[in-house]
Design a protein. Structure first.
Length: 164
């Protein structure tokens, strides 16, 4: 059994359901769980479905009681290349720069912006539902320049956890 990545003292047993546990219950309960709880406050609702495309609305529990969308996402699947193109447009109804504190490896504290938490939700929930080989996401804030994320760039980078 591996040691907790935060305190490096107690045996790791959480989160459950992952191939390898990374955190002890004490560290998980204190601060790390906050980020996962914040991810649970976002939810994505499909509003349109076609053969190779879907449109979703993104909601956040806190924003006007969860009744008003804070963004929209369009996913288009290219069957020949088995590639998913995701376009996310995030409305100004939420402060995307607002951050949530959490602790990671060796007790180092950091802040994670709301936009990064939403991207984690998209990557964990929406993209895997398409079962595609690769994906690209263009994310546009209402008042900012778009930025892109390409899963193919990540495949070439070495995984830090496996090199230990």
């Amino acid at each position: 059994m591996s040691a907790c990545r935060v305190c490096n003292e107690n045996p790791a047993s959480l989160p459950e359901g992952l191939p390898e546990a990374r955190f002890c219950p004490k560290c998980w309960d204190t601060r790390l769980r906050q980020m996962f709880m914040e991810e649970d406050r976002f939810y994505i609702q499909r509003v349109f479905r076609a053969a190779d495309a879907e449109k979703y609305l993104v909601y956040h529990e806190e924003h006007e009681g969860g009744g008003t969308a804070v963004g929209q996402v369009v996913a288009v699947h290219d069957r020949l290349a088995d590639h998913l193109e995701v376009s996310a447009f995030l409305y100004d109804r939420m402060s995307w720069e607002e951050s949530v504190p959490f602790i990671y490896e060796q007790g180092v504290e950091c802040e994670v912006a709301m936009i990064d938490i939403l991207l984690g939700v998209l990557e964990a929930e929406l993209i895997p539902s398409w079962r595609c080989h690769s994906w690209t996401a263009e994310v546009t804030l209402c008042r900012g320049e778009p930025f892109w994320i390409d899963s193919r760039d990540r495949e070439s980078a070495p995984d830090i956890d496996t090199e230990e």
